[in-house]
Design a protein around this ligand. Structure first.
Ligand code: ZN
Length: 188
């Protein structure tokens, strides 16, 4: 398995709409999935979308941590690996919840984002079988964040407040972000 480079907004792929996956039996696709899971683990992230590794395809991987604290917080969602191709949110709760997000493509940045508390996601597994995932709370948030990536949308586009760690250089695109002291969120 290979460690893939995670791109930042200086690479235009991050802002492009990704294309639907059509050939599920493609060996390169299967390799890409394995490499994305490996890269997500190495980067200690909870989700990764293909555009973040410079691949314009509709593919996301998600896995919440599996330690004792996470199991308490996420219940059955802790530690489950989700690999979803062509994911689509087909239903979303009216209820919105605010939470603090970060992104592997925007290292050092944090933002408060309102997300649907629950979403129903339809898509395909890595072999092309249709799947449906009912996600709530933090898992629902991660699905919304990752699916946004497939349309070139970053959390900073939705955030009601953005801040960055003191030691992070401003990224041109989000230079107006407020320079507040770093407060590390518990999750993500
Ligand atoms: Zn992200």
């Amino acid at each position: 398995m290979a460690l893939l480079e995670i791109i930042t907004p200086s690479n235009p792929t991050l802002r492009k709409k990704a294309k639907r996956v059509s050939d599920f039996s493609n060996k390169k696709l299967q390799q890409l999935i394995d490499d994305m899971v490996f890269t997500m683990h190495e980067a200690v992230g909870v989700g990764l979308a293909a555009p973040q590794v410079d691949v314009g395809q509709r593919l996301i991987v998600i896995q919440l941590p599996d330690d004792e604290e996470s199991r308490e917080e996420y219940g059955d969602d802790a530690g489950v690996l989700f690999v979803v191709l062509n994911p689509e949110i087909v239903k979303a709760s009216k209820e919105m919840v605010e939470g603090v997000e970060a992104c592997l493509s925007l290292p050092g940045y944090f933002g408060k984002v309102n997300r649907h508390q629950q979403v129903l996601v339809k898509g395909f597994d890595r072999h092309g079988n249709p799947i449906r995932i009912k996600a709530k709370d933090w898992l629902a948030r991660v699905f919304q964040h990752e699916i946004d990536h497939l349309d070139g949308v970053l959390f900073i586009d939705h955030a009601t407040e953005i801040w960055r760690s003191r030691d992070v250089e401003p990224i041109a695109e989000i230079e107006e972000a407020e320079d507040e002291p770093a407060t590390e969120p518990d999750v993500e």
